[in-house]
Ligand binder design. Structure first.
Ligand code: BV8
Length: 235
């Protein structure tokens, strides 16, 4: 069995990382158009760096929750049966990896990576990032940016995502409001391709109507329940 899972900020909410559109979510306190765009970074890099430095602090202090661990079990269980889990996340945190998942596709980039705008090199970067830092590869100073996909930038690996969707049997969206494209359009693509679709979320998303199956509740409850059911089905 081949399953395509798309996760969003909701799967990391119980790990203490903010979501974007819930009450008190990140974008309620910060305007994404002022922080998560290349134009914002060009206009005021120090403010954008400070925003992501604060989120790196938060991420370093966080831990994966049972939903992340359950997806790691699903990956191993499907592989044992000759199947596949393609785990695509909109999240820039590393909680899937820390929860035990070995193959994670970060379509919106990664908070613990920095990219040099002079030479293009991508580096692991867990600490504060700023204009005073230099690229470890080319030595240029002040050219490092978060390796994150901002609004108006093209998400990473869209071809690999389309290929994985085309070979999957089931599409599962977890912890996402279905409000950011092209990620939010994947469920419709899955339906056109004839996949069964399932939503696991705290409450119905903007796309809820597009799903064949739905289960609502905190991810740390509904995701392990879903995974145990699938692993029983595949034996
Ligand atoms: C692009 C990184 C051109 C930054 C992010 C149509 C087609 C294509 C593009 C567009 C389009 N229409 C509009 C656009 C432009 C734009 C867009 O979608 N705008 C929106 C606002 C309308 N899209 C773009 O700019 C994208 N790029 O279009 O390039 C292109 C594209 C393709 C081909 C050619 C050209 C780039 C978008 C990426 C932006 N970067 N993140 C950062 O993190 O700082 S997006 C940001 O929102 C996050 O990455 C996040 O992942 C994403 C989506 O949010 P969610 O993850 O869904 O989080 P949210 O808070 O919204 O929802 C949380 C859910 O969890 C809720 O439903 C809640 O109920 C639930 N929940 C809460 N607690 C729990 C829970 N569930 C379970 N358990 C819980 N405990």
């Amino acid at each position: 069995m081949r399953i395509f899972v798309l996760t969003g900020a909701g799967i990391s909410a119980e790990s203490g990382l903010g979501t974007f559109r819930d009450t008190g979510g990140i974008w309620e306190r910060f305007d994404p158009m002022k922080l998560a765009t290349p134009e914002a970074f060009a206009a005021d890099p120090d403010t954008v760096h400070a925003f992501y430095n604060a989120r790196r602090d938060n991420l370093r202090a966080s831990a994966p929750n049972p939903a992340h661990a359950a997806l790691a079990r699903l990956e191993a269980g499907l592989a044992r049966g000759g199947g596949e889990l393609f785990l695509c996340t909109q999240n820039i945190d590393d909680l899937h990896e820390r929860g035990g998942s070995s193959r994670v596709h970060h379509m919106h980039g990664e908070l613990f990576k920095a990219r040099c705008t002079a030479c293009g090199a991508v580096h692991h970067w867990r600490d504060d990032l700023g204009r005073e830092d230099s690229c470890p590869d080319c030595g240029a100073r002040g050219t490092l940016r978060p390796h994150i996909v901002w609004f108006g930038e093209i998400p990473f690996g869209l071809d690999a995502i389309g290929e994985a969707l085309a070979r999957a049997d089931l599409f599962v969206a977890i912890g996402t409001s279905g409000s950011v494209y092209p990620a939010a359009g994947l469920v419709q693509e899955a339906r056109y391709m004839g996949l069964r679709t399932c939503e696991l979320n705290l409450e119905p998303s903007d796309n809820a109507h597009a799903f064949d199956e739905r289960a609502y509740g905190p991810a740390s409850d509904v995701v392990p329940e879903f995974v145990e059911r699938v692993l029983r089905e595949i034996g």
